[in-house]
Design a binder for this molecule. Structure first.
Ligand SMILES: [Zn+2]
Ligand SMILES: [Zn+2]
Length: 1008
């Protein structure tokens, strides 16, 4: 316990007790702005004891100190502790107590209980009048504490922190113990008492909360620290035993925002996870080859989609994996054991025998019984070694409903997802039966086990960072779930950055407020937040948020619920409502005037209002048939995303991706022919897909190369093709089959199209479906996508060579579950040139889609499949001109393009690499505009032709992220081609993670 004394300052004593790890430490202090005193290095070997007795350091002495800090805090009573660690190693410091005394009187007791680790980001500026934690910089970590005011003997009540130990009878995993605290207020002192550092931290922040401090969003803009001199507290003891356990949120949360979570009293020490984990427990890449029987049996074949959980060997193995997991992660409360996120479960007899008979509302058998049975078996296996730890999984997808024939064991926890229920009406509301069903689901689970948590989607997932009006609704429901069903806690599915985003920060802030104290009144919270956060603009901003919140009055007519994604999201907002919100935020801007930081805060929110307005304009003008206005509005959406990216108030990758979907779906729906969407199809089927295996097996009449005549199915029946034409650009197969009575719920079918061309050409098929599909061109498979994935027109692009004359396209489309209206079974499909422009077409008299390829870009060169390749880990290729025609490249590797380099002899690699290829150009290209067309380069590309940089597809050139660039086709104009001679194309590729390289075809095209 190193301590320092300050008796030279008017008889005052400052005592600190300090524990630390991994570093030497030193400190400094100043009392009422008197000269700073710097301590010598403390001897780490003497640290670590905690007697709480103020003592004297034997080795005080001056040290260099941060001028910056001493300047800023020059009039304060403050002290710092800094730990120096070896570079790269972490340093931890705890300050258990700090006390200033004068004679027998305690003048000030301030304490801070936290630790910081290297590296952490950012620097902090002392502000306000409170105890502040300063983050770390460089190789040292620092904790600073500043007194709340100048010391005035006789006028202060000491604040004492007491850290107790958990009684042996209590579990160290009980959040009411670990996160709770007591505050004892008497005329003489305030005592904050807790059993853990986390509890003390919550106590301190709760006191600051009473002071009026708010951390509305992470970062300086979100801090509300009121200036005041005194605080009135009622006498007596207040205890807080948090009802919401935040440990279920610990995984992946915090990060840069950890301080913000802590300050909102939602820090955590333990981690409860129920994530999708079957695939991680027994990774197929390790075991599938030797033990196919550990994995799912589907259609007579073993496939690694899920585990075969009735196999005793699988259970025994996973128990061992679970034990290792819990041994290695001491802060893990649970071993996660949710199935992989797909619905392709094992169909072996033993597994099936565990399922209750029949199918659920989604057309699939209920999987919960087998999921629970497996979790119970593993939970039993770990119980002896880990008596107070759990196995946890989600109630989600085909295992949402409670089990029928089995109960979860006492050491199994369930995290119940709201994904199949209304995400707008969160409280039980008679007008929305889906909201009642969700609460009924919670009630049913709560009768089976007390260990239930919820998994929420708020703001509504996949809505591209648009405003989501659920903050009051969600807050009210949080209390209902706790009071009426006794849930233990909850986690929210959210895209990174929602805590700081202009439109969605408020949902996150309200979530934190209610989780820290579910007894709060959400309406009062909104008033208080607006008062503190928007100052003079509080009134119009509160009105603004109340206007947005009215969107929960929308009752989604014609469908049972609002689900994730932007499907009909616009219907929540009426033109009147948006106009009112606009007036209110304009009022707010006006009253805020130039008063910092209130103006900045209103402007911050106002950008999200413009974003909402542009999005709605895009959708609404498409609905009225105004193509130009709609496209212009969506361009405005794009530029607003850019603007907000610069101010850090949106996640650009997420927003851009979702808005691209909205734009394409909206335009495809209202202007199908303009986009070249194929609406007229021949359909074959439906066939029975109750086993959900159609996508994985082959019918006897496959491949289907013609749509001219009937086919003969396995049973000998003839099946005819029939015609269907959709109204919009989406071919909704559920609508197409509406009048066809069948005895099964899940179907598959074939969709066919005859094409007629007057010349051979390379075209792009741009398409997508939420469900698995395969594409055959003239009997040859050219594309396959399995599983389920949120669809977006143009998301799947494949280049195909059409021969001159007639071709037949056939798609095999499989429905593997019944869906909501948001992601129905169907298809987006169009045929474009290499640039994505629709190809002019008409239906000819023979019923074929005749493509007018006259104005099509033509491929004028063919590249060899193998290119020269060289890794460039040191980035010297540019300096050494690896793109020059004359370069000695005989020792370069030869690898094929058209697949990522990880799948070639090049092997696993992240970083820079170069491709080179020589090729010639056909004479017909002379005088034409030429371009290189890349179907896909993962991630960034710089293109050199004959020694010259002619274009790039990079973060710098597009302002897009690698996550967007890698799957985006692009073209580069070519002006220096040598017709009839040899040309050299060189491409530098940069890949930062996962697969990399030129993984799709490249062609040189002549533009019309
Ligand atoms: Zn099985
Ligand atoms: Zn609803």
């Amino acid at each position: 316990m190193p301590t320092v004394s300050a008796d030279e300052v008017k008889g005052l004593h400052l005592a600190l007790d300090i524990r630390h790890q991994g570093a030497e430490i030193r400190g400094g202090y100043s009392l009422n702005g008197t000269q700073w005193v710097y301590t010598d290095w403390f001897d780490p070997t003497k640290a670590g004891t905690d007697t709480r007795d103020p003592g004297k350091s034997e080795r005080n002495g001056p040290q260099a100190w941060s001028q910056d800090w001493t300047q800023r805090w020059k009039n304060a009573t403050a002290f710092f502790i800094t730990g120096y660690g070896t570079k790269g190693r972490s340093t931890s410091i705890w300050i258990g107590d700090a006390k200033v005394t004068q004679g027998a009187n305690t003048l000030f007791t301030g304490s801070f209980d936290n630790w910081t680790k290297i590296p952490a980001r950012g620097t902090a500026t002392p502000e306000g009048e409170s105890v502040l934690l300063q983050p770390t910089v460089g190789t040292w970590s620092m904790v600073g504490l500043r007194a709340t005011r100048r010391l005035e003997p006789g006028n202060l009540i000491p604040l004492r922190l007491e850290l107790g130990t958990t009684p042996s009878a209590a579990s160290s995993l009980d959040p009411t113990k670990t996160n709770g605290y007591a505050m004892v207020v008497s005329p003489k002192e305030i005592v904050l008492r807790a059993l853990t550092r986390l509890g003390l931290q919550n106590a301190i922040y709760s006191l600051l909360d009473r002071w009026g401090c708010r951390w509305v969003l992470p970062g300086a803009l979100g801090e509300v620290i009121p200036h005041r001199d005194s605080l009135t507290l009622s006498l007596g003891t207040t205890t807080s035993a948090p009802r919401y356990d935040p440990s279920v949120e610990a995984n992946g949360r915090g990060g840069d925002y950890a301080d913000w979570y802590n300050r909102n009293q939602c820090g955590w020490e333990k981690w409860l996870s129920g994530q999708h984990y079957w695939g991680y427990a027994l990774p197929p890449e390790k075991h599938f080859a030797d033990h196919p029987e550990w994995y799912a049996l589907i259609s007579g074949k073993r496939v690694p989609t899920q585990l075969c959980t009735s196999n005793p060997e699988v259970i025994a193995r996973v128990i061992e994996v679970g034990k290792t997991f819990l041994r290695n992660i001491p802060h893990a409360i649970s071993f996660p054991l949710d199935p992989n996120d797909n619905i392709d479960f094992c169909q072996c007899d033993r597994c099936r025998a565990q399922d209750p008979p029949g199918v659920g509302k989604d057309g699939n058998p209920l999987m919960t019984d087998r999921v629970v049975r497996f979790a119970n078996a593993v939970a039993e296996g770990i119980r002896e070694e880990f008596p107070d730890r759990l196995v946890a999984f989600y109630a989600y997808s085909t295992h949402t409903q409670p089990p029928v024939n089995i109960k979860p064991a006492s050491n199994v926890a369930i995290i119940i997802a709201r994904s199949h229920y209304c995400l707008l009406h969160l409280q039980p509301d008679k007008r929305c039966p889906s909201s009642l069903s969700f609460h009924e689901l919670i009630r049913k689970w709560s009768q089976l086990t007390p260990r239930i948590y919820t998994y929420e989607y708020d703001p509504i997932s996949w809505t591209g960072f648009l405003p989501c009006p659920t903050f009051l609704e969600r807050s009210r429901d949080a209390r209902i779930l706790l009071d009426d069903y006794g849930i233990k806690g909850g986690v929210t599915d959210r895209a990174p950055g929602q805590e700081t985003a202009a439109a969605t920060y408020i949902n996150n802030f309200f979530e934190r407020r209610m989780k820290a104290d579910p007894n709060r009144d959400p309406d009062k919270e909104l008033t208080e937040m607006c008062d503190g956060f928007f100052g003079p603009a509080a009134k119009p901003m509160e009105a603004y948020y109340r206007t947005l919140a009215k969107a929960t009055d929308y009752l989604h007519p014609g469908r049972e619920r609002v689900s994730i994604g932007t499907h009909r999201y616009h219907e929540m907002f009426s033109p009147k409502m948006v106009a009112a919100a606009r007036r209110q935020i304009n009022d707010a801007l006006r009253v805020a005037g130039n008063r910092s930081p209130f103006t900045e805060r209103v402007q911050f929110v106002e950008a999200s209002q413009r974003y909402l307005e542009a999005y709605l304009d895009g959708v609404w003008s498409a609905q009225t048939g105004d193509y130009t206005r709609s496209v212009t509005a969506f361009e405005r959406v794009e530029s607003l995303i850019k603007e907000m990216t610069q101010s850090g108030s949106i996640n650009p990758e997420e927003a851009r991706g979702r808005m691209k979907t909205v734009r394409l779906k909206t335009l495809a729906e209202h202007f199908p022919d303009r986009l070249g969407m194929v609406r007229r199809w021949k359909l074959l089927g439906p066939f029975d897909n109750t086993q959900r295996d159609a996508d994985m097996r082959t019918d006897p009449f496959e491949p289907v190369a013609s749509i001219a005549g009937p086919v003969t199915s396995a049973g000998g029946a003839h099946r005819e093709w029939w015609s269907y034409e959709s109204r919009g650009g989406f071919v909704n197969l559920e609508s197409a089959l509406k009048d066809r009575k069948v005895s099964w719920k899940l179907s598959y079918l074939y969709a066919g199209l005859k094409l007629q061309t007057a010349q051979a050409a390379q075209v792009q098929l741009r398409m997508d479906s939420f469900f698995p599909f395969r594409v055959f061109l003239n009997g040859r498979e050219v594309y396959h996508r399995s599983g389920l994935d949120a669809d977006c027109p143009d998301k799947r692009i494949v280049s195909v060579d059409l021969p001159n004359g007639e071709s037949t396209l056939v798609l095999k489309l499989s429905q593997t579950k019944l869906t909501s209206d948001a992601f129905p079974w169907g298809l987006y499909f169009r045929i474009t040139d290499n640039q994505g422009n629709p190809i002019p077409s008409h239906w000819d008299s023979a019923g074929a889609l005749a493509l007018d390829l006259h104005d099509m870009p033509k491929a004028v060169s063919t590249f060899p499949t193998e290119w020269l390749f060289r890794k460039d880990p040191d980035g010297k290729g540019s300096k050494e001109s690896w793109f020059k025609p004359g370069l000695e490249d005989r020792d370069w590797q030869r690898i094929p393009i058209g697949r990522c380099w990880e799948d070639t002899a090049a092997g696993a690699y992240d970083g820079d690499a170069w491709y080179r290829v020589k090729f010639s150009i056909a004479k017909e290209a002379a005088g034409k505009k030429l371009a290189l067309s890349f179907d896909g380069v993962d991630e960034e590309a710089w293109v050199y032709m004959n020694g010259q940089l002619i274009g790039e597809h990079s973060v710098a050139s597009t302002r897009k992220s690698p996550g967007e660039l890698w799957e985006e086709p692009f073209t580069v104009p070519v002006k220096n081609a040598r017709i009839g001679e040899e040309n050299l194309l060189a491409v530098r590729v940069h890949d930062s993670a996962y697969a990399g390289g030129i993984y799709k075809p490249v062609s040189l095209i002549a533009l019309p």
